[in-house]
Design a protein around this ligand. Sequence first.
Ligand code: IFM
Length: 442
Amino acid sequence: MPFPKNFIFGTATSAGQIEGAAREDGRTPSIWDIFAETPGKTFGGETPAVACDSYHRFFDRDLPSLKALGVDSYRLSISWSRVMPEGVGPLNPKGVDYYRRVFEALLENDIIPNVTLYHWDLPQVLEEKGGWRNRDSIEWFGEYADKMFTAYGDIVPMWSTVNEPIATYVGYAHGGFAPGHTNEAWGNQARHNILVAHGKGVEAFRAHNLKSQIGVVIDIWKRHALTNFPEDIALMIDQDERNWKFYCDPILAGRYSDYILEHLEKEGTLMEMHPHDFELTSQPLDYFGLNVYNRVPVTVNQQAQMDFSQGGNFLNNRTEYYPKAVYDAIHLLHDLYDIKIPIYVTENGTYFEGTEPVAADGMVHDDDRIRYVSGFLEWLEKAIDEGFDVRGYYLWSLMDNFEWSAASNFKFGIATTDFATGETKWKKSAYFYRDFIKKMKA
Ligand code: IFM
């Protein structure tokens, strides 16, 4: 059976990865601007100062590309420090006006703006006050969210609070992401606080009595034990608990698991939690945003782990080709949480590492990406056929962009971006996606 006629096909990006104009028109730096300016933190020392220059090129380049693709929706995010340069307090009229023009232009072209409030780019001024590890961040985010609902509540039909809160943990516990701290307890506190902040955002949304919808975006990378040995099963359980379950449990079940509470307590990294926190984390949502890229095979056998990338069903970037990941994740949300709200696949895509070869016809023939996306769409269709309520799919990403620490080296786009000129050019996968959408709508 084909996708339902009202199924939403879209593409996704985020402010910090595409906008550039990092210090223009009143914007102050985000944690990613500062982190990337620190030597050794990103590929080639690249920063998001210019990125795809979408702040200047949205109307003449990105919007026409979205129209030509025929997407129903565009998922993008607001740069907090562009609209609120001090993180809290007064709004920046130039920043606020920019997004209003973007959202209006999308709507005029029948493209639904699906707007994420926080996609990893905390204002640096707030990081200087402790950032996400400071419980005040819950109030800061609540204020920001409230002001965005006042500014755009009349025109934005779909909102999400935060994108992939695991990135906050990585940024405070492991150092690979901004702000670059390496303290496990900080990481746990930061990820707890952002989950409560998410709830504060939902609460603010409800207070506005809007007709639009609000959700959250969580990435599920299900672990699979490579063998049935108890050690591998235990590792799988442990990693599932510390990864996607850490976020899904408080949001969908209103609590952390006993496993995680006991382990963090033992490890001395348990976060400060207040009784009201879980009422906030589990605020009713209108939809669940699922980011799904792959599964993660695990084993205690180091040799097997190393060998894992040497054979089998792999893409050119040596990641496993496992499109059933989307079907598994949808099942898991039902089996584990009995989820009753619609699911949107808010991100799915793959990357090329390095310089993608351009063929004699001048085009990037990214057949691996087409294979990957087709596979995921097939499994998604199967889930829908089986009766699961999935209403949309967003391909990551509209164009090559600033892939965080990997900067321009990991290319997730269905269009190339010339970072020197700001020119973008469709890859073969963009034509594929355009034709696929057309066929589904026919
Ligand atoms: O580019 C990121 C995005 O910002 C969050 N989800 C995963 C993507 C690919 O790594």
